[in-house]
Design a protein around this ligand. Structure first.
Ligand SMILES: Cc1cc2nc3c(=O)[nH]c(=O)nc-3n(C[C@H](O)[C@H](O)[C@H](O)COP(=O)(O)O)c2cc1C
Length: 350
């Protein structure tokens, strides 16, 4: 007999593999124009993509985003992702560890350092709402991270997903106070993370005041978790929320107004989009869905996919005349269309 949580985890993967679960909000990247340099004045072969992530050197500004664990298929996917993360020297997150808290046997599906002890940063994952609803007390974060030896913990903020899930928890009261307490007790750095609906500056400022070390904006340009939950329901409630949320490039600009480094995830599908998000202010870019099918095959398939993104990012940087990520943050950019209107109304700049 498999548990309710394990069943849900398998359904999420199954739907992501078999259906188009992406939001329709994918065109926002087109409003951000990086300017081509016909005189780049740099050698493409000398471009450096390395950076620091929570004090560790990593080879690319990429994060393998939280996806799974807590089910049989999840173990295989996590293993392949972990080996790739180790080889590429980039951070990796596991999916929500609620399944492991409910059933200790599932711990092995999250314990990625046994497959890849050299992962530079392993990120634990748990939802804020489970603390708000009283299911967990703050101290559990140390058990969650130490049990699988992680270097950081992501607290996911997913009100839209919970609201659309038939069995979802929708009591997010006192979230800020609880996040503050989690940060104060956690022995590892804390990342506040959306799961596909993005963030605005009002929330980012609040989140940054809680003392978190990083914000993962999880914007609405890629995987639509609201739609995944709709597809799981017999009554198909909530389809109108498929595109709900703040698109990823806008979320990054919104987050710029607080003093916390950001990971830009949500619909990042090529290296030009990575370059755009870094130019807008993100320190790192993260991907989930594009790695799912490769991760079902092998670590090599994951590595191949990420290497293509890296080569595309390098090429975009070359054509913008940026020889490292610091220089990329300062290259000329033009913002047009709806994104420009958003920036004006929300008083944002790049
Ligand atoms: C199959 C799947 C499962 C996911 N499970 C989690 C999760 O347990 N916890 C979490 O914080 N985010 C989860 N996410 C969200 C991702 O970490 C990421 O923020 C989001 O999918 C946006 O990136 P993408 O468009 O590249 O997929 C999941 C995503 C996918 C595709």
């Amino acid at each position: 007999m498999i548990s309710e949580v394990e069943k849900r985890k398998e359904e999420h993967i199954d739907l992501c593999i078999k259906q188009d679960v992406q939001t329709g909000n994918t065109s926002w990247y087109n409003d951000i124009l990086l300017l081509h340099r016909t005189m780049p004045e740099i050698d493409k072969n000398e471009i450096d993509l390395s950076t620091q992530f929570l004090g560790r050197k990593i080879d690319y500004p990429f994060v393998i985003e939280a996806m799974t664990g807590g089910c049989k298929l999840g173990e295989k996917i996590n293993r392949n992702l972990a080996i790739a993360a180790e080889k590429l020297n980039i951070p990796i997150g596991v999916g929500s560890q609620r399944a492991m808290i409910k059933d200790e046997k599932q711990m092995r599906t999250y314990a990625l350092k046994k497959f890849a002890p050299g992962i530079p940063v392993l990120i634990a994952n748990i939802g804020l709402v489970q603390f708000c609803s009283g299911e967990y007390e703050e101290n559990i974060v140390n058990k969650i991270s130490s049990s699988i030896n992680t270097d950081a913990i992501a607290i996911h903020l997913n009100p839209a997903q919970e609201a659309l899930q038939k069995e979802g928890d929708v009591n997010f009261q006192n979230g800020f106070e609880i996040l503050k307490r989690i940060v104060s007790v956690s022995k590892v750095p804390v990342i506040a993370k959306e799961t596909g609906c993005g963030m605005i500056k009002e929330d980012c400022k609040k989140i940054s005041k809680s003392g978190v070390d990083l914000i993962d904006v999880g914007g609405n340009c890629g995987t639509s978790f609201t739609y995944i939950e709709t597809l799981r329901r017999k009554d198909r409630f909530g389809e109108c929320f498929k595109d709900w949320g703040v698109p990823t490039p806008l979320s990054v600009m919104e987050a710029n107004s607080c003093n916390v480094q950001t990971i830009a995830s949500g619909g990042v599908r090529n290296g030009i989009e990575c370059a755009k998000l870094i130019r807008l202010g993100a320190s790192y870019t993260g991907f989930a869905l594009p790695l799912l099918k490769p991760a079902m095959k092998s670590p090599e398939a994951v590595i191949e996919k990420i290497n293509i993104m890296a080569e595309e990012l390098k090429t975009a940087m070359f054509l913008c005349g940026a020889k490292n990520l610091e220089e990329l943050k300062k290259v000329p950019v033009v913002v047009v269309g709806k994104t420009r209107e958003w920036m004006e109304q929300r008083d944002l700049s790049v």
